[in-house]
Design a protein around this ligand. Structure first.
Ligand code: MGD
Ligand code: MGD
Ligand code: SF4
Ligand code: MO
Length: 845
């Protein structure tokens, strides 16, 4: 065995690492043992030692005593001090002093900023007859904000319209959570021992035999509370891997099988795996018999999806599809690590449900070394649900829902529907959006599919507030008021995503910046003083409430408690007690506070995620009976009831995107746009559009790179480092060529999220945010069943060399000065050409 956790632990000099202390002095530094709050951006939270001198963060090291990350850090955390101390980081609130996009600002006080916001809302919404639903709150992916910004939207601003601007199909993570909620009732993640404080040494834990890394690169992304190096440890302990990815990744290069499928054909492959596994009877009979419903229906349905059928769609040999399926199903303990690619396809929700069926029929659910079912530790679940508890019920009823723009779809997600929001901006229907509040998102450079189109709709918004640690293209383009925010280093906060509950302790200050939590308290006390004076008058009160009741509706005077009614649109339900399990555990011993958590090293594990076979123990269902949290109490391999209620066909069928359909059926179109562009795979240096300010990151990764195959380079006469245009019907952008000998010649891969903080901020350049933006080529409004999933990672395009034609307008000029690449957008329609005979119905042509 290459990796022995016991040996690893024995090798740590615990005294040198000040075991039992949370802060000490060392060589002129104050060292603080704490957790990052998803620094910078990031979905995770790793144990760090922060080295400060005179109140300034100078260095960050991994904390080997932290069981989550075991002292390992990404370059993004190791380089945190450079991001935190960036010279041009805004220090004070700013008011726009010129036109939008001129980048002219004047310094104002927080009091002035909050007054102006309150006055604007009062005069232009409340007194002018508009409801608070006319405020759209935009937030991004940083899991350092996903509990807090929605809460700010609901509790401070009183709007139900909270979401991600221009991000059609909720194409990040939500498809996976909904796809599994329907069939399993809970969310499965790969068990790499992360639920246990004693980790790989836990006596119940067993390492997975086979892990399928599917549409995910966990070493680069560490996505969604999951650290990639956990899987690396499993590999070192003997786990074998399958990689399902159009590109050769680190995992693919070390895998027993690499299935380089055509982008966005994963459902065809998954159905073929089910076909093999059911036809060859490779299922876990005991598990299926006891715990799964509708197996016969599933088996009958997948009988048509043979490996030969899938081979043609996926462009992977049928034998390889079948052999890999047998390898996964034959493992005693198999697990599937799935990634963003699951969310960026039009058949996304059925794909997620189908792959959760693969886990279920093989019995790979909630047993050691398989996919375990996890929830937020200690039942602390603030977020959309709690935000909506504080919104006026009549206003809540006006939430922008999916049915407004995708007829027949049913809203079952907490966020406002991204396309319904677009449509409200574009048409004023069903009501105009008058105010845009953006916090923790760089929408125009990142989340906005069809970025030029989103620019068109945002440029005339009446009032815009952007809150961010940095002045982003989104701030320069739209903000009337800019609010400077703290980073993880300056922030007192907590997070619980799965387990453990973690505390982040502020170690430095940044001028007048406020943390997201401090902003909630300040804004809430300004706009909603009655509620905030009672519940959250101070930061301490807010943090305590998080631990005590997770922001649920709770009135200590009447004893009445309410929880959100989950995914439904229905609002709330009265419950007996909303106290969290953390409160129940620690209220009496006085350890239920932020400070207590910091003192004990910043973390505490929860029992739920550490318990295996929860379905046998009655831990999953609200009624406490054994089984799963589904209507039948079993895993529903065909989720008739839930998908039925959501308007989604319960039996899965692969569907191509609109452009793929046209590409496959229209030879002229395919000749014009011969490549499929996979885009946005994560890099080690950046988190979406973040960290571009950091000189060290730019030294490693100076410019946006578009990968091409050697064949393509030869055919087009392209040299390494040469700029090329990438173009399709929606727009174009340029990136620098890098030649990848492992890439399939039919694909290219472009990067997303690029802007250049060192370049001109003002229009038309806007820090270069449109120059290299691959989302000039992607489209809004194309979603799959349920309004879920957008095919943003499989766009068709052509490429050609950049020339030095100075008369040609730059993309920035096209977008900010010349009305955009297209003038023929139709609200609700992704492409101008889809108004003719192309529809979303049906499978592959
Ligand atoms: N073409 C293409 N487009 C994509 C993707 C892709 O793969 N391809 N990926 C998509 C996905 S999955 C996502 S989730 C979106 C992400 O889209 P965004 O979430 O908009 O992306 P970020 O660039 O991470 O923007 C986050 C902002 O938060 C700020 N920030 C950092 N720390 C804090 C903090 O503590 N508090 C607050 N309030 N703000 C902070 C950062 O400075 C930054 O401006 O992009 C999507 N866009
Ligand atoms: N360093 C860093 N970490 C991040 C982020 C970041 O920007 N930077 N972003 C965070 C966010 S919000 C997210 S959502 C996660 C995403 O993180 P991951 O889930 O790891 O996703 P990606 O890096 O986009 O892509 C992973 C792999 O999917 C493959 N892929 C693309 N299209 C397809 C397809 O159609 N089918 C299959 N099977 N594979 C495909 C790509 O080739 C790539 O190798 O990362 C998070 N972590
Ligand atoms: S995953 Fe990496 S960037 Fe994210 S908190 Fe951990 S070390 Fe930092
Ligand atoms: Mo994401």
């Amino acid at each position: 065995m290459l990796f022995d956790y016991g040996e690893f632990l024995k090798g740590i000099d615990r005294e040198a690492y000040h075991e039992g202390e949370w802060q000490w002095e060392e060589d002129g530094y104050t060292v603080t043992r704490t957790y990052t709050y998803s620094a910078p951006g990031c979905h995770d939270s790793c144990g760090v030692l922060m080295y400060t001198k005179d109140g300034k963060l100078e260095r960050v090291e991994g904390d080997p005593l932290d069981p989550c990350a075991n002292g390992r850090l990404c370059m993004r955390c190791l380089n945190l001090a450079e991001g935190v101390n960036y010279a041009d980081r805004p220090k004070y609130p700013l008011r726009r002093a010129g036109e939008r996009g001129e980048n002219k600002w004047e310094r104002i006080t927080w009091e002035e900023a909050l007054d102006e916001i309150a006055d604007w809302i009062h005069e232009n919404l409340d007194e002018a007859g508009f409801g608070r639903e006319s405020i759209f709150v935009n937030h991004g992916t940083g899991r350092n904000i996903s509990s807090w910004v929605p809460f700010l939207g609901g509790a401070c601003l009183g709007t139900p319209n909270i979401g991600a601007i221009g991000f059609s199909g909720y194409s990040c993570y939500l498809p996976r959570t909904c796809g599994t909620a329907a069939g399993i009732g809970d969310f499965p993640i790969v068990d790499a021992s992360e639920g246990h404080a004693d980790r790989y040494a836990n006596p119940e834990w067993e390492r997975p035999d086979v892990v399928v890394v599917w549409g995910c690169e966990p070493l680069r992304s560490n996505a969604d509370g999951y650290l990639g190096h956990w899987l690396n440890v499993c590999m070192q302990m003997g786990t074998e891997f399958i990689s399902i990815d159009p590109q050769l990744t680190w995992w693919g290069a070390r895998a027993a099988y690499w299935l380089p499928l055509c982008p966005a054909t994963d459902l065809a492959l998954a159905l073929a795996w089910l076909n093999v596994i059911t036809a060859e009877d490779l299922i876990d009979h005991e598990f299926v018999d006891c715990w799964c419903a509708y197996y016969d229906e599933l088996k009958e349905h997948v009988a048509q999806f043979t490996p030969d059928w899938a081979a043609e769609i996926c462009q992977v040999p049928a034998e390889d599809i079948a052999a890999a399926a047998r390898f996964y199903a034959g493992a005693e303990r198999g697990a599937i690590q799935w990634g963003l690619a699951f969310d960026t396809q039009v058949d996304s929700i059925q794909l997620c449900q189908t792959v959760s069926n693969l886990m279920s029929v093989c019995g790979n659910i909630d047993k050691p070394g398989t996919n375990i079912l996890v929830r937020n530790g200690f039942e602390i679940n603030p977020g959309y649900a709690t935000a909506q508890l504080y919104c006026d019920p009549d206003t809540f009823a006006k939430k922008l829902t999916v049915d407004l723009v995708h007829p027949g779809c049913v809203q079952f997600i907490g966020m406002a529907d991204c396309d319904a929001v677009n449509r409200a901006f574009e048409t004023g229907e069903p009501y105009p959006i008058k105010m845009f509040w953006s916090q923790g998102s760089n929408g125009i450079a990142c989340s906005a599919t069809a970025a030029p189109r989103v620019h068109k709709m945002l440029q005339n918004v009446e009032f815009c507030v952007v809150a961010d640690p940095y002045l982003t293209p989104t701030a320069v383009a739209y903000a009337d008021i800019f609010l400077p925010l703290k980073t993880t280093a300056e922030r007192d906060s907590m997070r619980v995503w799965w387990t453990p509950l973690r505390a982040m302790k502020a170690v430095s200050e940044w001028y007048e910046a406020k943390s997201d939590e401090e902003l909630i308290v300040a804004l809430g006390n300004k706009l909603n003083p009655e509620l905030f004076q009672k519940r959250w008058p101070t930061l301490e009160a807010l943090l305590q409430d998080y631990l005590d009741v997770g922001f649920n509706l709770y009135d200590p005077e009447t004893g009445k408690s309410y929880k959100s009614a989950g995914r439904s649109k229905a609002g709330m339900v009265e419950v007996e007690d909303v106290h969290t399990d953390f409160w129940k555990k620690h209220h009496a011993d006085g350890e239920c506070s932020f400070d207590a958590l910091v003192r004990k090293g910043g973390y505490e594990y929860d029992d739920f995620c550490a318990t295996y076979r929860k379905y046998e123990k009655g831990l999953l269902r609200a009624d406490g009976l054994p089984g799963f949290a589904t209507p039948t109490g079993r895993i529903e391999l065909v989720p008739y009831a839930t998908f039925g209620a959501w308007g989604i066909p319960p039996l899965a069928e692969h569907v191509e995107s609109l452009s793929a359909k046209r590409w496959l059926t229209d030879p002229e179109f395919k000749k014009e746009y011969p490549f499929i562009c996979i885009n946005g795979s994560r890099s080690y240096e950046f988190f979406h559009s973040e960290n571009r300010q950091q000189a060290t990151m730019r030294e490693f990764h100076p410019m946006p790179l578009v990968k091409v195959s050697p064949q393509t380079a030869e055919e087009y006469g392209l040299a390494e480092g040469e700029w090329i245009w990438i173009e399709n019907t929606e727009g174009r952008c340029r990136q620098k060529v890098t030649i990848d000998p492992t890439l399939n010649p039919r694909y290219i891969h472009a990067e997303h999220g690029w802007w250049f903080p060192e370049q001109e901020p003002a229009f038309p350049h806007l820090y270069g945010a449109f120059e290299c933006n691959i989302n000039n080529l992607t489209a809004s409004y194309e979603t799959g069943h349920g309004g879920i999933g957008n095919p943003l990672k499989s766009i068709v395009c052509k490429i050609y060399k950049c020339t030095d034609d100075v008369d040609e307008p730059t993309p920035g000029e096209v977008v900010t000065k010349l009305g955009g690449f297209r003038s023929d957008y139709v609200a609700g329609q992704p492409f101008a050409w889809t108004t003719d005979n192309t529809t979303r119905e049906g499978g592959r042509f």
